[in-house]
Design a binder for this molecule. Structure first.
Ligand SMILES: [Zn+2]
Length: 349
């Protein structure tokens, strides 16, 4: 999800006039957004460990208010969200491991959150994938490490290192590289595993990072717990492989999902997303059947691209109408699902 901050700025700017206040209000169902799965919503706590399936209450409101939310997951791991981005950190015996040095200055709040819990320095950072919105603040961690005379470990896969080079990234390369498809390393007593995908939909280097003994899975941008996917499946390059990536994630052993955006997740959130994709695909198939080729490829356009556009618009509108009853009250429905319909259609060729 690369353009989130820019998009938010645009929303804020438009929000300044009365016309768009109406438009913004029209996205919010009466009574607020519905919860995608049955969850107990709790106030965030630095002390009380989260039970699997519990979620943070009023998270969207907290984000729009500029709050930083910190929630203890286990004895040693904490989830932190700021500016619609989230990650996890693990407090070891000697130092702290941070899952992603999230960008746009958000890591200032993450570092503050860490310092509110421990005075141990950050000694290792993971790049989950190469997108700079999730790893752009690495410089802050390097600076802090120098101050504390720590030799900071930056752990990533060879695939991420290669994607950074290919994209001309100016961020520091990882100091330790793991094999993308399956590999592991340790941080003090903790085992860190990485499991890549044969076809990764989000980006070629998107992988699941598992903090084994903590039972935490970290994979940004694949799904946003308690929301529908952001625009085109969270900035995925393609829909090809997307469902398989979710199925693979669901088969892995973990309890807490750290998804980069949205609320704290569990296997229930992955299952919700898989059901949503089944419903989305069925609705698109039905809408395609109800929008026959010959109804649109008519002489009046004299332009096959205009005809294809009209046909796709018809499929999108029909699909939206058929999904609205079941999904219309979830965060993101009106704004994002049309993008997803287009991507699924593109993947079907
Ligand atoms: Zn990304």
């Amino acid at each position: 999800m690369k353009k989130m901050i820019g998009t938010l700025l645009v929303l804020c700017t438009i929000g300044a006039n009365a016309q768009s206040t109406q438009r913004t209000a029209s996205y919010m169902p009466e009574g607020g957004y519905a919860s995608t799965i049955k969850s107990e919503f709790i106030k965030p706590s630095l002390q009380k460990q989260l039970q699997v399936g519990q979620k943070i209450e009023h998270l969207t409101k907290r984000n729009f208010a500029g709050e930083t939310t910190v929630q203890r997951l286990t004895e040693r791991s904490y989830w932190v969200q700021t500016g619609f981005y989230n990650t996890v950190f693990y407090v070891g015996h000697q130092g702290v491991l941070v899952m992603d040095p999230i960008g746009y200055g958000s890591s200032v709040s993450v570092l503050k959150a860490i310092q509110s819990i421990t005075d141990k320095p950050v000694t290792a950072v993971i790049y989950s994938h190469h997108h700079e919105d999730h790893i752009g603040d690495i410089g802050l961690y390097i600076k802090q490490a120098k101050k504390a005379s720590v030799n900071l470990r930056i752990i990533a896969t060879y695939a991420t290192a290669a994607a950074m080079r290919a994209g001309g990234s100016e961020l520091p390369q990882p100091t330790e590289k793991l094999n993308f498809l399956s590999d592991s390393t340790t941080f003090e007593n903790l085992t860190i595993k990485v499991e890549g995908f044969a076809t990764a939909a989000h980006s070629s280097d998107a992988a699941v990072w598992l903090l084994e003994q903590e039972k935490i899975a970290h994979i940004p941008d694949l799904l946003n717990p308690n929301q529908l996917p952001y625009l085109g499946f969270g900035g995925s390059e393609t829909y090809v492989g997307y469902k398989e990536n979710l199925q693979a994630l669901d088969k892995m052993q973990w309890k807490y999902l750290s998804a980069g955006h949205g609320n704290i997740g569990s296997h229930g959130d992955v299952k919700f997303m898989l059901n949503y994709l089944d419903d989305l695909e069925s609705a698109i198939q039905a809408a395609s059947k109800a929008s026959p080729f010959e109804d649109f490829f008519i002489a009046k356009f004299n332009n096959h691209q205009a005809s294809a556009h009209e046909m796709q618009e018809s499929i999108i509108n029909k699909t939206m109408d058929s999904l609205r009853g079941k999904y219309g009250e979830f965060y993101g429905f009106e704004a994002s699902v049309p993008y997803q319909i287009r991507m699924v259609l593109d993947s079907w060729g």
